[in-house]
Design a protein around this ligand. Structure first.
Ligand code: ADP
Ligand code: MG
Length: 307
């Protein structure tokens, strides 16, 4: 028998390094008319590095002590930021205390008990302490400043290209870490190809801060940028584009709900979380972003043969 067009498209996609999970998934990929892309691990390589360690003046911690504390709490996590923090501590030869009662909150950060004290590492604007205390979600800036989190050189801080995470000890901020990630080399051409294919520029949906999001958007030619999103906010953003059939591309546990809600979902395979890989319609196994527009084109060609 001749191979049905959608199945032979799946075989071709496989040769491009994209694992498409079913004929239905292959079909949906070509029906999409707009892309929405995650930032960290999707448009960027997802291998961030710690670029600054800033203990809070009142914390009694020096850089190494702050980094060791954060790394101890992050040690059980598989999040790219966690791996970077642990690697930075190792590179400085720091000894990590064991962590107990570890929990990770997708899109937020981690909590663990280290040396008998509850340590939280995560988003500066959504930490559990403020929520527990019923103070809502204070603006990251004001809160960090009120709490005396060290911004010894406001200038250097503003120039940091990256993600800032807040470290708290028993609910009190003790410092921040800055992490920077590299843009994937094929990100700009992929955004351009998706724009040409769908007639609409892709949107950027990220849990990271607006400044880090704006840098990646500027470098790739994206103008529709939504930052500071929690996992459920990414779903809302996808659903808000109700007149669109959205192709969502992501890698993290925090992307899984949006991958499920989108008309079609593609996960980045190499560093992608198991949950994202299981939820997506297709997985980019070799981590080449350029395979994404290629697979949309394949699907369209196959659908023309089917219909
Ligand atoms: P993105 O949507 O860009 O892929 P995530 O939703 O994974 O990013 O993370 C959003 C934000 O949540 C990060 O910028 C960071 O502030 C915080 N965060 C998430 N996981 C962790 C972690 N393990 N350690 C520290 N911060 C984290
Ligand atoms: Mg991500």
């Amino acid at each position: 028998a001749t191979m049905p067009p959608l199945l032979s498209a799946i075989a071709t996609a496989g040769r491009h390094g994209v694992l498409v999970k079913s004929a239905l998934a292959m079909e949906r990929l070509g029906e999409t008319d707009m892309a929405a892309l995650d930032k960290t691990g999707t448009l960027t390589e997802g291998a961030p590095e710690v670029t600054a360690v800033r203990p809070s003046p009142g914390s009694g911690l020096d850089e190494d002590a702050l980094l060791a504390l954060a790394a101890a709490a992050e040690h059980p996590s598989e999040h790219p930021l966690a791996r970077a923090i642990v690697a930075a501590a190792r590179a400085r030869g720091l000894r990590l205390a064991p962590a107990a009662d570890f929990t990770a909150k997708p899109g937020h950060g981690v909590t663990a008990t280290v040396d008998g004290q509850v340590i939280t590492v995560g988003r500066p604007d959504a930490h559990t302490y403020a929520e527990d205390a019923g103070v809502g979600r204070p603006d990251a800036h004001t809160y960090a400043e009120d709490a005396g989190v060290g911004r010894p050189d406001a200038h250097a801080d503003a120039e940091d290209a990256g993600t800032v995470v807040l470290v708290e000890r028993v609910g009190t901020p003790v410092g921040t870490l800055t992490l920077a990630d590299r843009l994937r080399a094929d990100a700009p051409e992929t955004v351009a190809a998706l724009t040409a294919l769908t007639g609409t520029a892709p949107a950027l949906l990220t849990g990271d801060n607006p400044r880090a999001a704006a840098q990646v958007a500027a470098a790739t030619g994206i103008t529709d940028v939504r930052a500071g999103l929690l996992p459920q906010d990414k779903v809302e953003a996808v659903l808000q584009l109700a007149d669109r059939k959205v192709l969502f591309v992501g890698d993290g546990v925090n992307d899984a709900p949006a991958l499920a809600a989108a008309h079609a979902g593609i996960a980045m395979g190499r560093a992608g979380s198991d949950l994202a890989l299981e939820t997506a319609d297709a997985v980019v196994v070799r981590d080449e972003l350029a395979a994404i527009p290629a697979v949309v084109r394949l699907s369209r060609a196959a659908r023309r043969l089917v219909i």
